[in-house]
Design a protein. Structure first.
Length: 296
């Protein structure tokens, strides 16, 4: 029988969902102006609603922004968000109130780069099913700048230790690309630039084989924190041949039995205002509609 489909294209490996990026911030007002008013995202209405933390919904993923000295991702996060012109208008509208901070935004051919008040860089793309999957709002990747000569070993670390699919690419730069969910990736791009010290920011993933990676990490002394029954953390990525340190970024690793696994998130439609309000259009349709299914 002829096999018309590439079945391996649907494999996920051990990691089944990338949920959030966590960086601490010193001022919720400025964060609200940037993430909510400027980008057009949604503050989670159910959890972390006081003034010590704020969770910001981006489709099925989030930014977590607890109170603290500002942390800056050593790289950038990619966001898919429909409506480039509307995005530019929103960012321009908050610019004056964010004067004196690191806030900026610039247009590029295929994306808009927006910089938060403390220097975190976000690349905002229009939906593209071929490139990012069938989403109109989400975080398809987080990219880290890593030292030259480390990407190939990083691409070997994740399959061997975490059971996650990874590939080594060597085009305009050497990149390790690790699959952390459906159409979601952690990317590690080599650079010759001097990197700042790690400041404690983290990313969070859900995995199905929870104990296997834990034991392999623990055998190598890489478990950095025991959180609870459903969650542990590690920071250091090492070369499996000899144990050389490659890169540090905290990974919050959760089981698929975690109580908050795939918790439904509210995503508002930022085009809805008191002047443009239309019933039934309050919520953002973060995935492409069924009429677009066969055009993948």
């Amino acid at each position: 029988m002829q096999q018309p489909f590439d079945r391996a294209a649907e494999d996920l490996g051990n990691s089944i969902h990338f949920e959030h990026v966590n960086v601490t911030i010193p001022d919720q007002r400025l964060a609200t102006l940037f993430y909510i008013a400027g980008l057009g995202l949604t503050r989670d209405p159910y959890l972390m609603v006081s003034d010590t933390n704020m969770w910001v919904n981006v489709g099925k993923s989030q930014f977590h922004l607890p109170d603290g000295a500002p942390q800056v991702l050593r790289g950038h996060a990619g966001i898919v968000i429909a409506g480039r012109e509307a995005l530019l208008e929103r960012l321009a509208a908050v610019a004056k109130k964010l004067e004196g901070t690191s806030f900026a935004f610039t247009e590029h051919n295929d994306h808009v780069e927006a910089i938060c008040p403390w220097g975190n860089r976000l690349r905002c793309y229009e939906p593209d099913a071929t490139r990012f999957g069938r989403i109109t709002l989400g975080i398809p990747y987080v990219e880290f700048d890593v030292p030259a000569g480390t990407a190939k070993a990083i691409s070997a670390f994740y399959p061997a230790i975490m059971g996650m699919q990874a590939e080594f690419l060597n085009g305009d730069a050497a990149v390790a690309r690790v699959k952390v969910g459906k159409d979601q990736y952690l990317q590690f791009r080599e650079t010759d630039r001097r990197l700042p010290e790690f400041d404690g920011h983290h990313v969070q993933i859900y995995i199905t084989d929870f104990s296997g990676p834990y034991h392999r990490l623990r055998e190598r002394g890489l478990i950095s924190q025991e959180d609870n029954q459903y969650q542990y953390r590690f920071r250091d990525i090492i070369d499996l041949d000899g144990g050389r340190h490659l890169f540090t970024v905290e990974h919050e690793v959760r089981s698929a039995t975690h109580p908050m696994f795939m918790r439904p998130l509210v995503n508002r439609n930022p085009a809805e205002t008191n002047r443009t309000y239309a019933q039934g259009h309050e919520e953002w349709a973060w995935a492409m509609g069924p009429d677009e299914y066969d055009r993948r």
